[in-house]
Design a binder for this molecule. Structure first.
Ligand code: NA7
Length: 555
């Protein structure tokens, strides 16, 4: 555990989720003599999968595609029970990865980093945790996650509420829904992927008194179609892992699904509907990612599919007025991350579930008893759940007080308190490969802004490989310093914008475009993630390595 003496390491890793564990595993294998430490805020491993234990939390990606490939033995050992694993099963998998490889011995838990300062003379980073303990690292890998900084609305009176209130990612671990919500009036604000899983799950509990769903914009969702995996099926999957991971490496976003090469406009209406119906009946993201190739770049193609999907929603909800409210109006299908659902729309046929349209009548205040909307209506509640998302991507960095090489904060507005312009002004990132940031020597990011996200473990393993390549270059040549030039960062940022051009998703407010109404400085859209193909991302990174990382200064 941390003492107040400064502890020095060759490399520090911040975060013990999948990114941090994968980084640690690889550092140990490739740099066995290095002194390494992982600093983790939580009491255990798992990151996102540790914190997000809200009811209904589970994969929308196929379990078998969501694994780390570095430990081949574990791939053969681990038996997934469901085709889309629930949070508890995923967490057990991550814990097993950590324990099997004895990773915990290099992890310091309950350690929240408060500040980080580059020390130019020593060529190292100085980290200070919330208890004042200090750690220095020659290099460090940021593995802070893209969705780890919960964001809650700033509603007048929010602190007055006398019931239980929490964000989904801080769902109390000891709260048993089927016991503790008995007779309770529950409110959920937010209907993104998290809200949809939470609402569906709570709505199925016969013991609740009522569930009020406070919806601002509706979200497009489509059936998950989860099933159990038999022993026989699991064996078949294992036999095919090599081919499957090769296939995943060739799809644009690392999922088992890729677009139908035809354009929507090239086929007849009958052919379109035939593909849509087929995808709709299949499990997983196919109904988002397996569609005609122009569905998310061509407005008409998107409109046709959205209209068809809207009818699927209408067919499932008994009250036509409610059904209409559940059809998104501000964006087309698939232009935001599509949540997969297991009975979400049917929840609204349950007389205990009430949809409150806060676009029509916004929340005016929170009182001791619950929520009051602008039409004067009081919605009395015992439990209030914020499924209001995250200060995503750049927001995961904002909880640390950074001082770069020239003493600048990493994230902030142009005029900060210390009078120094932030590196990512108003959360607008500039990076090289999404791995390095200007003026931040020796810092590497796994799942940083401007990296592809897609199937997260695939993206993590790609990023870790790029980081290891850079570290090996340092190690082999005796370099103790690496920093991207401003030009390299500008060029990568331009490339990221270029390959996002034409994507309808970049014309929509969402966490993927860096917009969050609850966070200051996040009102203007940017291109916060790499929207091109993962294959192209990897090709560019490999090419850079082959040519000795042009654009990076090593010393
Ligand atoms: P999301 O997808 O960002 O969704 C947040 C939801 O909360 C969304 O419906 C928002 O409505 C709503 N929200 C946010 N702030 C407010 C305020 N102030 N008032 C009312 N409603 C609000 O977060 P999730 O946690 O669901 O999912 C994040 C990712 O996790 C997801 O994409 C998966 O990859 C896993 P809005 O649409 O902005 O009107």
């Amino acid at each position: 555990m941390g003492s107040l003496d400064k502890e020095s390491y060759d490399i520090l890793i911040i975060g013990a989720g999948l990114s941090g564990l994968s980084s640690l595993y690889n550092i140990r294998k490739r740099f066995p003599s290095w002194k390494v430490r992982v600093l983790e805020a939580g009491p255990s491993v798992g990151g996102t999968w540790y914190w997000n234990c809200y009811p209904g939390a589970r994969f929308d990606s196929e379990s078998i595609s969501y694994q780390l490939t570095c430990d081949k033995e574990l791939l053969q050992e681990w038996n997934w029970k469901e085709s889309f694993a629930p949070q508890a099963e995923t967490l057990r998998y991550i814990e097993r990865f950590a324990d099997k490889n004895n990773l915990r011995s290099d992890i310091q838990f309950n350690t929240t980093i408060a500040s980080a300062r580059w020390q130019d003379g020593q060529r190292s980073w100085l980290f200070t945790d919330s208890n004042g303990a200090e750690y220095t690292g020659r290099f460090f890998i940021s593995c802070v996650g893209i969705l780890s900084n919960p964001s809650t609305p700033n509603i007048p009176g929010i602190d007055n509420f006398k019931g239980q209130a929490f964000h989904t990612s801080r769902f109390p671990k000891d709260l048993v829904v089927s016991r503790d919500l008995a007779g309770k009036r529950v409110g959920v604000i937010g209907t993104g992927a998290t809200g949809i899983q939470t609402i569906t799950s709570i709505a199925k509990e016969p013991i609740i008194e009522s569930l009020s769903v406070f919806q601002r914009n509706a979200t497009w969702a489509a059936p998950l179609r989860n099933t159990e995996i038999s022993e026989e099926q699991m064996k078949k999957y294992k036999d095919g892992y090599e081919a499957m991971f090769r296939y995943l490496a060739e799809t644009p976003s690392g999922f088992l699904h890729k677009a139908d090469p035809r354009k929507s406009s090239e086929v007849t209406h009958k052919e379109r509907v035939a593909l849509w119906e087929k995808l709709y009946e299949q499990p997983g993201f196919g109904k988002w990612l397996g569609n005609f190739s122009d569905t998310y770049t061509d407005r008409e193609a998107n409109r046709l599919y959205s209209d068809w999907m809207a009818n699927k929603i209408r067919a499932r909800v008994n009250d036509p007025l409610i059904a209409e409210k559940l059809v998104p109006k501000n964006h087309g299908f698939g232009t935001r991350r599509v949540p997969l659902e297991s009975g979400y729309y049917d929840s609204f046929n349950n007389p205990k579930v009430h949809l409150v349209d806060i676009m029509e009548n916004p929340i005016a205040s929170v009182t001791e008893k619950g929520i009051v909307t602008t039409d004067g209506k009081a919605h009395d509640l015992d439990v209030l759940i914020f499924a209001t998302g995250f200060d995503a991507i750049t927001g995961s960095f904002s909880r640390i007080d950074w001082q770069s090489k020239s003493g600048r904060p990493l994230v902030g507005s142009s005029a900060t308190e210390k009078g120094k312009k932030a590196i990512w002004v108003d959360h607008r990132p500039t990076t090289a490969f999404g791995i390095l940031a200007p003026d931040m020597p020796n810092m590497f990011m796994v799942l940083g802004p401007h990296q592809p996200f897609g199937n997260v473990p695939r993206s993590i393993e790609n990023a870790v490989e790029v980081v290891m390549g850079m570290l090996e270059h340092c190690h082999k040549n005796g370099f103790t310093y690496v920093e991207p030039t401003q030009r390299a960062c500008d060029e990568w940022t331009e490339h990221v914008f270029e390959c996002g051009k034409g994507a309808l998703a970049n014309e929509i407010d969402s966490w993927l475009t860096g917009v969050n109404t609850n966070v200051e400085g996040k009102s203007v859209r940017t291109v916060a993630r790499y929207g091109g193909s993962v294959v192209e991302y990897r090709r560019r990174c490999e090419e850079s390595k082959t040519f000795g990382f042009p654009g990076l200064i090593f010393d």
